[in-house]
Design a protein around this ligand. Structure first.
Ligand SMILES: Nc1ncnc2c1ncn2[C@@H]1O[C@H](COP(=O)(O)OP(=O)(O)OP(=O)(O)O)[C@@H](O)[C@H]1O
Ligand SMILES: [Mg+2]
Length: 501
C-alpha cells in the first residue's frame, strides 16, 4: 500500500512539476509550444494588414519605421529562433536587431496574440478577425507610442573627417547628464530660457506669417568653465532635439558648410562653439559671409525648426554684425562664480548648506576673487570626503587667483590669444550678470539680457569701472537705457513677439 502511494506521489511529481520544467527549458518544449499555437490558430480566421515602406509617390511611410523601432524594443525579439544582430555605425557597443523576411514576431496585446512578418518592403500584421475591432486601433496607437519613446533617444552628430565620409554627419547617442535645471545660473533666467524655447516650439504659424525662417539663435557667452556647453546639452534635452556640432576649423570652405547644413534635419540644434576663437584665426577656411549666411538661415530654408547656439568667451571681441538682432535672438551670460553660486555648488557637491568657513569664502568673493564653477566644482569633487578640506582648498585657490593680474583665470582662452576679460566686466561688473545681479535681468527687443535700468544699485558696479574700455561699455549701457526709455527696444518688445507666437 505504501509502495502504491509512493508511486502515485512520484508520478504526480514527475508529470506536474518535472516534465513542464524540462520541456520549458528544452527545444522539445519550444517546438511543442509552437506547434500547439499553430494548431490553435488553424481554428481561427485571420485578418492581414499590410504596412508598405513607401507610398505610391515613393515617400517614406512613417508607420513602417515606427514598427521597426517597436519590434526592436519587443522582449520577444530576443527570443526568436534566429535574429540578425548589428552594431551601430558610430557606437559599436549598441546592438540592434534587424528583421529579415523569414521571421515571424509574435506579440501579445490586451490578451490577444498578433504576428508581424516582413515581406520584402512591407510589414504584414496578422490578427484574429474576431478580435480586430477590439484591438486594432489601440494596438497601432500602442506601437506608435512605444516607437516614439524609443526615438526620443537624442543623437549627437559630428562631421566625419575621413576621406570616405567627408562632408557627412556621423551620429552617436547623446547621453549628456546635464539639464537646464542642473545649471547653476539664476532661476529667473532658467525660466526665461525655458519659456522662450517653449514659445519657439509653438511658433511655426507666427514665423510663417512674417515670412521668416522658423529658427531661433542663442549666444552663450562667458569665461571658460562657466557651464556653457553643459547648458547646451540641457537645452537640447529640453527641446528633445538632436545636436549637430559644427566644428568650423574642420570645414574646408563655405560650400562645405552649406552642404553640411543642408544635411541637418528638422527639430535639431546646431551648435557652433568658440565662434570668437574661430573668427580671430588667420587661416580660417569659412568666410565671414559664409558664417553670416548660415546664421541668417538662408541655406536652411528648405528645412526649418532649427535652434542655433553659439558660444563665445567674450562677445565684445566679436564683430557686431555677427551678433546683430535677428542673427542672435537671445544673449545669455555665464559669469564666474560668486558667493551665491558657490553656496549652490557646496550644497550639491558637498551636501552642506552652512559652514563656519562660509563667511571667509564670502569675504574672498567680496574682495573680487573668483573662479569658474568648473574650477570650484572640481576642488569640491576631489575633496568631497571632507567639506572643511574642500572649503580650505577653495579659499586657497581664490587667494592664489586674486593675486593674479586680470583675474578670471582662463587658461584655454589665454592660449587662443584672445585678450583677457577684465574682471569687473566678466563678473561683478557684468552688465548682464546672471548670478550676482539676478533681480536686474531683463531683455531688450532682440532678446538680449541686460541690467534692469530701474535698479538703483547700479552705482555698486559703477565704482568697479576704471579703464577706458570699461567706461566705453558703461557708455554703451547708458545709451541702451536711454533707447529703452524712448521705447524703441525693451522687455515688453520682446514679450510682444513671444506672446504673438
Ligand atoms: N553654471 C554651472 N552650473 C553647473 N555646472 C557647471 C556650471 N559651470 C560649470 N559647470 C561644470 O563645470 C564643467 C565644465 O563646464 P562646461 O564645459 O559646460 O563649461 P564651458 O563654459 O563650456 O567651458 P569652455 O568655454 O571651456 O568650453 C562641467 O562639468 C559642468 O557641469
Ligand atoms: Mg564648452
Amino acid at each position: 500500500m505504501i509502495f502504491i502511494i509512493l508511486l502515485f506521489f512520484l508520478t504526480t511529481l514527475v508529470s506536474f512539476w518535472l516534465v513542464p520544467r524540462v520541456l520549458s527549458r528544452t527545444s522539445i518544449g519550444h517546438f511543442l509550444q509552437n506547434r500547439w499555437r499553430f494548431i490553435e490558430e488553424c481554428f481561427h480566421t485571420h485578418q492581414l494588414y499590410k504596412i508598405p515602406k513607401f507610398n505610391q509617390h515613393m515617400q517614406q511611410n512613417q508607420l513602417f519605421h515606427k514598427i521597426v523601432k517597436y519590434l526592436n524594443a519587443l522582449p520577444s525579439a530576443g527570443d526568436m529562433d534566429s535574429v540578425n544582430l548589428f552594431s551601430g555605425d558610430s557606437n559599436p557597443n549598441e546592438i540592434t536587431l534587424v528583421i529579415n523576411g523569414d521571421q515571424v514576431f509574435p506579440d501579445v496585446f490586451l490578451g490577444s496574440r498578433v504576428y508581424w512578418k516582413l515581406d520584402k518592403d512591407c510589414f504584414v500584421l496578422k490578427m484574429r478577425r474576431k478580435e480586430k475591432r477590439r484591438i486594432l486601433s489601440s494596438y497601432l496607437q500602442h506601437v506608435c507610442k512605444i516607437a516614439d519613446e524609443k526615438s526620443k533617444e537624442l543623437q549627437l552628430f559630428i562631421h566625419a573627417e575621413n576621406e570616405l565620409e567627408n562632408g557627412r554627419w556621423i551620429s552617436t547617442p547623446f547621453k549628456h547628464p546635464a539639464t537646464i535645471d542642473t545649471a547653476i545660473i539664476d532661476s529667473d533666467l532658467k525660466n526665461k530660457v525655458k519659456s522662450d524655447l517653449e514659445s519657439f516650439l509653438k511658433s511655426k504659424p507666427y514665423y510663417h506669417r512674417l515670412g521668416r525662417v522658423w529658427k531661433r539663435s542663442y549666444l552663450l557667452h562667458g569665461p571658460s568653465g562657466t557651464g556653457k556647453s553643459s547648458f547646451i546639452a540641457g537645452m537640447a534635452k529640453f527641446l528633445c532635439y538632436d545636436v549637430y556640432d559644427v566644428d568650423l576649423s574642420k570645414i574646408t570652405g563655405d560650400s562645405d558648410l552649406k552642404l553640411l547644413l543642408l544635411q541637418t534635419t528638422c527639430k535639431s540644434m546646431i551648435v557652433v562653439e568658440d565662434l570668437d576663437r574661430y573668427l580671430v584665426e588667420k587661416s580660417k577656411t569659412v568666410s565671414l559671409s559664409g558664417i553670416l549666411n548660415f546664421m541668417d538661415g538662408i541655406v536652411s530654408c528648405c528645412g526649418e525648426e532649427r535652434v542655433m547656439v553659439f558660444t563665445v568667451s567674450n562677445k565684445d571681441h566679436v564683430d557686431p554684425t555677427v551678433l546683430r538682432a535677428g542673427r542672435i535672438d537671445f544673449h545669455l551670460h555665464f559669469p564666474l562664480c560668486d558667493f551665491t553660486s558657490f553656496k549652490y555648488l557646496a550644497n550639491s557637491h558637498l551636501g552642506i548648506k552652512e559652514h563656519k568657513l562660509f563667511p571667509q569664502v564670502e569675504e574672498m568673493f567680496q574682495t573680487g576673487a573668483s573662479l569658474s564653477p568648473a574650477e570650484i566644482g572640481e576642488i569640491m569633487i576631489s575633496n568631497r570626503g571632507s567639506p572643511t578640506r574642500a572649503l580650505k582648498t577653495v579659499i586657497n585657490a581664490l587667494q592664489t587667483n586674486s593675486g593674479k593680474t586680470g583675474v578670471g583665470h582662463k587658461p584655454g582662452h589665454e592660449q587662443s590669444g584672445l585678450p583677457r576679460v577684465p574682471r569687473n566686466l566678466s563678473h561683478s561688473g557684468s552688465i548682464d550678470g546672471l548670478v550676482d545681479l539676478p533681480s536686474k535681468l531683463m531683455h531688450n527687443g532682440s532678446g538680449r539680457t541686460v541690467e534692469d535700468p530701474s535698479d538703483n544699485s547700479g552705482t555698486f558696479w559703477m565704482e568697479n569701472f576704471h579703464t577706458g574700455k570699461e567706461l566705453k561699455n558703461l557708455y554703451g549701457l547708458l545709451k541702451n537705457r536711454s533707447r529703452r526709455r524712448e521705447g524703441s527696444v525693451d522687455l515688453d518688445g520682446d514679450r510682444t513677439i513671444n506672446n504673438g507666437m
